[in-house]
Design a protein around this ligand. Structure first.
Ligand SMILES: Cc1cc2nc3c(=O)[nH]c(=O)nc-3n(C[C@H](O)[C@H](O)[C@H](O)COP(=O)(O)OP(=O)(O)OC[C@H]3O[C@@H](n4cnc5c(N)ncnc54)[C@H](O)[C@@H]3O)c2cc1C
Length: 321
């Protein structure tokens, strides 16, 4: 039976959300290819994460729990996963396109002299051919790549395009301790430390965002946005114009130079819809626009548009929602 090997990225005692998104892609591929899902998890003191992976349909998990993996020295990871690929002979090796996945998977593909589906939004299979869709220029262009399912294939999946796989408590995995390959490493590469940027709020995880733009009018008036976000149980987003004016912190900026968000509800208030803003929010599930200008470009992608002054409309809208 064909095997798909998923690289189970983990941090702070959890399988990361991007790997769970990747697992939802893999579950579909496994059905289409009649393949079994196997996984490798590497780290130090990773507890029962290998067992947890079983709840996402991974049948067998190779676990590497070793002090040398306390941190990301990518060469240890590359050599160990290379050893596993040689041993179990999967047809597809796949990971999330995080910094880790982007460091790791191209190196693996090079070691096996294979091309790869790098940073694709989706990977599907039809008539023994993979198709991967890779976005370019902030999703203004999409490249379709194809490859045979007969060849050993490598892929990384971009975040924000697929749902996270949900755990199923009735499923479990066989866990196999796997010996890491740790050789004398090239001294030019060593793990120094992991630093995490301090962000006051992670708007990419919000299910509802109320976003304010230049149309809000001033920093004092921006409270109408924060009040609405609070009342609706969501977070605050902003256009760059509002951030540049100092009305709201950069952590809240959405768009080309800010965050990409895909909430269930995106309420855009006083935002015109410049392309640099749209690339960061247009995949939101429901877009509601409040704007005085019925020809504002953002209305073209809105599911609902309310033409009016946001300072009057927003408090009313909050009451209704
Ligand atoms: C390289 C580059 C990168 C950029 N990156 C980003 C980015 O990441 N994110 C981003 O957002 N922008 C970005 N921009 C800026 C972008 O081009 C726009 O200038 C910006 O998005 C405009 O912000 P805005 O919609 O809030 O303001 P405006 O374009 O000025 O729009 C204000 C809107 O408010 C409406 N309005 C006014 N008063 C009211 C009222 N009382 N009630 C309701 N509506 C009202 C107006 O009709 C108008 O539609 C970037 C630009 C460049 C060049």
């Amino acid at each position: 039976m064909a095997k798909i090997l998923v690289i189970l990225e983990n941090a702070k005692g959890k399988i990361v959300g991007l790997t769970r998104e990747c697992l939802s892609v893999v579950q579909k591929l496994a059905g289409d290819l009649s393949a079994e899902i196997e996984g490798i998890i590497l780290g130090h003191e990773i507890g029962n994460l290998a067992q947890e992976a079983g709840k996402f349909g991974v049948k067998k998990v190779y676990k590497v729990d070793d002090a040398q993996f306390d941190g990301i020295n990518i060469l240890y990871h590359v050599r160990t996963i290379e050893g596993l690929i040689k041993e179990i002979d999967p047809s597809l090796v796949i990971a999330g396109a995080s910094l880790y996945g982007q460091e790791l998977v191209p190196r693996l593909a090079a070691r096996f002299d294979k091309a790869m589906f790098a940073s694709v939004n989706s990977l599907t299979v039809e008539d023994d051919e993979y198709e991967g869709i890779h976005p370019l220029f902030e999703e203004k262009l999409f490249v379709s790549m194809e490859g045979s399912t007969d060849e050993l294939t490598f892929a990384t999946i971009l975040g924000g395009n697929n749902p996270e796989a949900e755990p199923d408590d009735s499923l479990s995995a066989e866990v196999v301790d796997f010996s890491p390959v740790i050789e004398e490493l090239d001294k030019r590469e060593s793990f120094v430390e992991e630093t995490v940027a301090k962000v006051s709020v992670d708007i990419t995880k919000a299910k509802l965002l109320v976003s304010g733009g230049r149309g809000v009018g001033s920093g004092e008036k921006f409270v109408v946005i924060t009040d609405a976000a609070k009342a609706l149980g969501g977070e605050v987003g902003a256009s760059r114009a509002a951030v540049d004016a100092g009305w709201v912190a950069y952590d809240h900026e959405i768009g080309q130079t800010g965050k990409t968000v895909t909430p269930d509800f995106y309420i855009a208030c006083g935002i015109s819809g410049a392309i640099q803003h749209l690339v960061g929010m247009r995949n939101s599930k429901t877009i509601i626009v409040v704007n005085t200008d019925e020809e504002a470009p953002i209305i073209e992608i809105a599911h609902y548009a309310i033409i009016g002054d946001l300072h009057e409309v927003l408090p009313e809208l909050v009451k209704k929602l």
